[in-house]
Design a binder for this molecule. Structure first.
Ligand code: GDP
Ligand code: CA
Length: 327
């Protein structure tokens, strides 16, 4: 079975680990979000690709859900001693090595997709991990700056990098707009459209619908290829009981005018894209509303408390795919 998954960071990676356990022999291609990518200290950092790679490769910091296990921060401290920041982005010593190798290879002329493949040679994630595009796409968030004592703002409207909004500001001010800068000119990376065309099933894990899955869908050609693939497209809700399970997805959903509920996210994707949608059992009351929107819906436990729980979710998604296929 060939499975394509569009993934962000933590939600995508944890689901993928469950999927690997549920169907170890499946051929899984992951299309990773690169809208969160950022240049720091002259290095190219790809947070979502690395979260998937480290999680599936056994190098992730489990409690945090991102970054390396057994990490130290000497390099960051030394940079800070020179007054070189930003200090708000937590890059550890082990993690730095990944970004150095990536930046070196990009500088030598390799596209990000080839670099990602090379990094995965070490981590052996057991899936084919492809960035959504080799072109530069950067998610920006329009905000009105708070009065945080800094030289900038307050009251000034500015577009800031998504990481600055998410990590530095902790989404503490409303996101007025979310823009994947560069997406319109971007081309899907080699292998992306081919994997979609050859898939038996396409899954949207419980990743952020706006800044993870939404950004991937913003690369021209990807949304169309999924809609035209003619195979079941099944999503799992990252929203449980009207709130994101972790993180601040409600802030970016508000920016695109979508309420933070499981059915609203399904309607946001729409029946043109989604064939099936899994909501948590606490949201069982919304199944009818989702089905009224033309999307087959089931309520099952959606908390990824451990790998087995994530594996059960993956099996439920594949079962729903077979139900859709049988219609
Ligand atoms: P990020 O790039 O690290 O933010 O990760 P993703 O975009 O892949 O996933 C973030 C989303 O995962 C958040 O909106 C969370 O609500 C969701 N999430 C995290 N853990 C769980 C879980 O156990 N169950 C479900 N259903 N969603 C989860
Ligand atoms: Ca992310």
């Amino acid at each position: 079975m060939r499975i394509v998954v569009l993934a962000g960071g933590i939600g995508g990676a944890r689901f993928l680990r469950g999927l690997k356990r549920a169907v170890p022999d499946a051929d899984v291609t992951v299309i990773g979000n690169t809208g969160d990518d950022i240049h720091l200290f002259g290095l190219k950092v790809c947070p979502d690709l690395d979260t998937v790679m480290y999680t599936l490769g056994g190098g992730i910091n489990e409690e945090q859900g991102w970054g390396r296990t057994d990490e130290t921060f000497h390099l960051k401290e030394e940079l800070a001693a020179y007054g070189v920041g930003p200090e708000w982005f937590g890059l550890g010593d082990r993690d730095f090595a990944t970004h150095i190798v990536r930046t070196q290879m990009l500088g030598a002329g390799y596209p990000l997709s080839a670099v990602t493949e090379a990094l995965c040679d070490r981590w052996k994630p057991g899936v084919r991990l492809i960035p959504m595009t080799d072109d530069r796409v950067e998610t920006h968030v329009a905000v009105t700056l708070p009065d945080d004592g800094s030289a900038e703002g307050p009251g000034e409207r500015r577009a800031i990098h998504f990481q600055e909004y998410w990590v530095r500001l902790r989404a503490s001010v409303p996101a007025e707009a979310v823009v994947p800068v560069g997406a319109e000119q971007a081309k899907p990376a080699p292998g992306v459209l081919e994997a979609i065309a050859e898939a038996d099933v396409i899954l949207f894990p419980p990743s952020n619908p706006v800044v993870s899955v939404g950004t991937i869908l913003a690369v021209p050609g990807i949304r169309e290829a999924i809609a035209d693939a003619g195979v079941p497209v099944i999503g799992l809700s990252p929203i449980i009981g009207d709130a994101p399970v972790r993180g601040m997805a409600d802030k970016v959903l508000a920016a695109v005018g979508v309420e933070s509920t499981a059915p609203a996210v399904a309607e946001h994707y729409g029946s043109g894209l989604l064939d099936g949608w899994l909501v948590d059992t606490v949201d069982a009351g919304c199944v009818e509303r989702v089905e009224a929107a033309g999307i087959r819906c089931r309520a099952v436990p959606l908390m990824m408390t451990d790998v087995d729980a994530a594996a059960r979710m993956a099996r439920e998604a594949l079962t729903l795919a077979e139900e859709v296929r049988a219609v």
